[in-house]
Design a protein around this ligand. Structure first.
Ligand code: ZN
Length: 417
């Protein structure tokens, strides 16, 4: 008998995502490891047992008085892993929609001192309490949409001290909200307004800063915005090499607007992920596949930009690249719900609904070096679960913006109707 301190029953269909190697590539992305009429035993926040509900009583010894959570015929998937967010910011940019409607691009709005720079001004002015409060509100809504793990980037302070301040807020947010957070140092989000034209001088400071950030365990990853008007390929190469030497994992905002060699750079450096890729050339997909770099697609962002670009989901799966999907939550593209990103990955990125679930769970966990912890419902993994009132798990990305009825992190409800 396996001992459990709580059990979960009444699961019409369980998508375990537990079959096969991590990350999932090619046809394996469509395999969800489905189990009908399932139950789960949880001990100390981790999954202790998964199987058919009819085998529960002879397989699992529930601690006396331990809760039995009845999901009443819901379908259950692993708690979503959002592998790319710009969660920490102050203010909003609703006034930019008019500029977008008149055809202005992200880079044009930023070059006029608006866009990202408006958020930088607001974030620099904001108190820690304001930043923590607004980010915690966003995280609680992300959990309401089924997310239990999220990556959080810095990048709206653009000073060395300010970026360190943002990193310091992430563990506090984790304690406050109960979600698992992974910190990424994105001080190279843009050149600070006071250093216009002096990107290299700014990067000198960041390169000097990286070893201390890695030593303090404040960030797991370093990221850079490699795009014309922001940082060049050479500058991206330099910062990411320094980050790698310091022991940080690498991520890169690559080929979002134009093909600038970012995806190839990710492959050359063995980055953990190359993110966006809406303008990446097909030849780069082969390089990503050969290097085992995960593509993190952010399909809501071109939608919010009113752009004709799209996330090349189908093409990347066919090229053998492991594909993950995230929200890219930011004041430029304010989306908190992973089910919305997954629906866009289907209808615009042309993933199948099953592939989209893989991209938002096990492959997204891999993109955060959490492949052994999150994104799967299997013994030893954290008991992070999202339950939806649908007939089949694949209906979640098929419906645009499906909402869970309950969400559990380490076996405890973050949210429940
Ligand atoms: Zn981003």
């Amino acid at each position: 008998m396996i001992r459990a301190d709580r059990v979960v029953t009444g699961i019409r269909e369980l998508a375990t995502l537990s079959v096969g190697p991590v990350p999932r590539i090619g046809p394996a992305m469509g395999q969800l490891g489905l189990l009908p009429d399932a139950a789960i035993g949880v001990r100390a926040g981790r999954i202790a047992w998964v199987g058919p509900e009819r085998a529960l009583s002879r397989s699992v010894a529930l601690r006396p008085g331990g809760p039995r959570i009845d999901l009443e015929g819901s379908c259950v998937v692993p708690g979503f892993v959002d592998p790319h967010t710009h969660l920490l910011f102050a203010g909003d940019r609703h006034d930019e929609v008019a500029a977008k409607l008149s055809g202005a691009s992200y880079a044009e709005i930023a070059s006029g001192g608006g866009g990202l720079y408006a958020t930088v001004r607001a974030t620099r002015r904001a108190s820690e309490a304001e930043l923590l409060g607004s980010a915690a509100d966003r995280l609680s809504r992300m959990a309401r949409w089924g997310t239990t793990t999220a990556e959080v980037k810095t990048g709206y302070a653009l000073t060395r001290a300010g970026e360190r301040r943002l990193l310091g807020l992430i563990p506090r947010l984790e304690r406050r909200t109960g979600l698992r957070l992974v910190a990424t140092y994105l001080a190279a989000h843009a050149v600070p307004p006071e250093l216009r034209g002096r990107a290299d001088a700014y990067l000198d400071g960041l390169v000097a800063e990286l070893p201390a950030i890695a030593r303090a365990g404040r960030a797991r990853f370093c990221d850079i915005f490699c795009e014309p008007g922001f940082f060049t390929l050479e500058q991206s190469d330099r910062l990411l090499r320094a980050a790698r030497s310091a022991g940080l994992g690498l991520k890169i905002h690559a080929d979002e607007f134009v093909a600038s060699g970012g995806a190839e750079l990710a492959a050359r450096l063995g980055a953990r992920s190359a993110d966006h890729l809406s303008a990446a050339p097909r030849s780069a997909f082969r390089a990503l596949a050969a290097a085992g770099v995960t593509a993190v697609l952010l399909p809501v962002t071109p939608f919010s930009a009113m752009s004709d670009l799209r996330s090349p989901g189908r093409e990347l799966v066919e090229a053998g690249v492991p594909v993950a999907v995230g929200t890219d939550l930011s004041p430029n593209s304010w989306v908190e719900g992973m089910p919305l990103a997954l629906a866009h990955a289907v209808y615009r990125g042309h993933l199948t609904p099953a592939e989209a679930i893989t991209a938002g769970t096990v492959n997204a966990a891999h993109a955060l070096e959490l492949g052994g912890v999150a994104g799967q419902i299997a013994p030893g993994r954290d008991a992070d679960l999202s339950a939806f009132k649908v007939r089949h798990a694949v209906e979640i990305p098929y419906r645009v913006g499906a909402l869970p009825v309950a969400v559990y992190r380490r076996g405890r409800a973050l949210f429940s109707t």
